[in-house]
Design a binder for this molecule. Structure first.
Ligand SMILES: Cc1ncc(COP(=O)(O)O)c(C=O)c1O
Ligand SMILES: N[C@@H](CCCC[NH3+])C(=O)O
Length: 435
């Protein structure tokens, strides 16, 4: 476990909860003004701090330093090539869920393919083939049918497949019902009670290598006890599997550690420490190589969605602040009623009164909102505002709804700005269509 010394190396002092702070009354990401970024790159714009991402990754590395482990960052949280490369260069592995995500890893850092775990309930033959040829670390298999498909593809290609069953531990973890995955009523994983028999059957195939056990109970989980409970069940299963003669090399604890989306977020270092303590409590087995799949915790607070106010209008008693970003750019509030702090780029003076408004986008849906009845600075058309904690499941869930081009993305490193993705054009949108 983490020593006191390691904790001091990267701590609350070095990892600010967020890299977005006011300097001379202008909101900055690290050393760069968001007003300048808007001028140079337009809005809506995703802005990420690379030092924040690196530091959070290092928090995990530190917290688990005393045992063999690999942090397999969950690509779905933010799959920007620039971010994947940043993490790969620091030794990250990756949790992928599609052939597309596999290709992203291949593009940024081929050696990292050896540290890839492949999750997902509906893997297709072409995706399995690509992953087998890439020699990924392990397939996290979610059904017996998938195991049969994996064996068939492995045989066809003459490549033995290392697999872990993703077990469903039937552990409740409090989060939004759409992102909870660890109960038997969910589509994910294989009932932990049937796992032993499935390993026994699989071991008979010369194309399947029982390699690990994996679990993932959901996302945005704030209490750490459910992680310990899930791992305790996994550890008990691993003991049985070893008894049955399977050489289980990895235990994959999944991702899911939640962040604090409030206006005064808690200390990240402390959270990772609590998480590591809980996992260690649940994990009695110390022979296995531990895999971790954090996504949100690494990137969410490193990112903001920068947007400009287009219109402020009143309908009856309500005030609406309409921004140039919309639900297609950041769907979390519409989809999960998720809370994101929304702050002006120009810091209001102490005396300025707030207004209470709905902050909404231009999309033709009443569900297109970022906040409802929110106290916010008295912004005017042309003003810039930032939606905080948008680095995870922001751009990756963006769409072209209403034929809106998706935002550009920039990565900030101290005072250096790198364009990670250019703004989409209408031409990009129309390119695949056939008339
Ligand atoms: C299998 C798996 N691993 C890792 C993650 C990453 O989760 P989070 O971003 O909550 O850490 C997810 C998403 O919930 C997932 O489905
Ligand atoms: N999309 C969700 C997280 C999903 C996790 C996927 N396994 C969110 O924005 O919170």
């Amino acid at each position: 476990m983490k020593t006191k010394k390691a904790l001091n190396k990267i701590s609350a002092a070095t990892v600010a909860a967020r890299p977005f702070v006011y300097r001379n009354r202008i909101l900055h990401c690290d050393g760069v003004s968001l007003a300048t970024l808007a001028e140079d790159h337009g809005t809506p714009l995703y802005v990420y701090s690379s030092s924040q991402i690196s530091q959070r990754f290092q928090l995990f590395q530190q917290a688990f330093a005393s045992r063999p482990h690999t942090v397999c960052y969950a690509v779905k949280a933010n799959s920007s090539l620039a971010i994947l490369r940043l993490l790969a260069r620091q030794g990250a592995g990756f949790d992928i869920v599609s052939g597309g995500e596999l290709e992203r890893i291949r593009r940024v850092h081929k050696p990292a393919l050896k540290k890839v775990v492949f999750s997902g309930v509906g893997k297709q033959a072409w995706e399995i083939d690509a992953a087998l040829k890439a020699d990924i670390l392990q397939f996290n298999v979610e059904s017996e049918m998938e195991l049969d498909l994996l064996a068939a593809r492995a045989q066809a290609l003459g490549i033995r497949a290392r697999f872990a069953l993703r077990v469903n531990p039937d552990v409740f973890a409090e989060t939004h019902p759409y992102i909870s995955t660890g109960l038997s009523e969910h589509k994910f994983g294989i009932d932990i009670k049937s796992a032993r028999a499935i390993y026994r059957r699989a071991a008979k195939s010369k194309w399947l290598e029982p390699y690990g056990v994996s679990v993932h109970i959901g996302s945005q989980i704030r209490k750490v006890d459910p992680f310990a409970a899930a791992l305790a069940r996994v550890t008990a299963l691993v003991a049985q599997l070893r008894h049955d003669g399977h050489d289980i090399r990895t235990i994959d604890a999944g991702g899911g550690l939640g962040i604090d989306y409030s206006d005064a977020p808690f200390d990240a270092a402390h959270q990772v420490d609590r998480y590591a303590t809980a996992l260690t409590k649940g994990l009695a087995d110390d022979r296995a190589h531990l895999l971790l799949e954090p996504g949100r915790f690494i990137v969410a607070q490193a990112g903001a969605l920068l947007t400009r106010v287009l219109v402020v209008k009143k309908n009856g008693s309500k005030t609406f602040v309409i921004t140039d970003a919309a639900m297609n750019d950041l769907i979390r509030p519409a989809l999960y009623h998720a809370h994101h702090e929304i702050i002006p780029v120009r810091q209001p003076t102490g005396k300025a009164a707030n207004i209470t408004a709905d902050i909404v986008g231009p999309v033709c849906e009443s569900g297109d909102f970022f906040a409802r009845d929110r106290a916010i600075a008295n912004v005017k058309p042309g003003d810039l505002v930032a939606l905080l904690d948008a680095g995870a499941y922001g751009m990756t869930q963006a769409s072209n709804y209403n034929s809106r081009p998706r935002p550009a993305e920039v990565l900030v490193e101290d005072t250096k700005v790198t364009l990670a993705r250019r703004r989409e054009t209408i031409r990009d949108l129309l390119a695949p269509e056939v008339l």
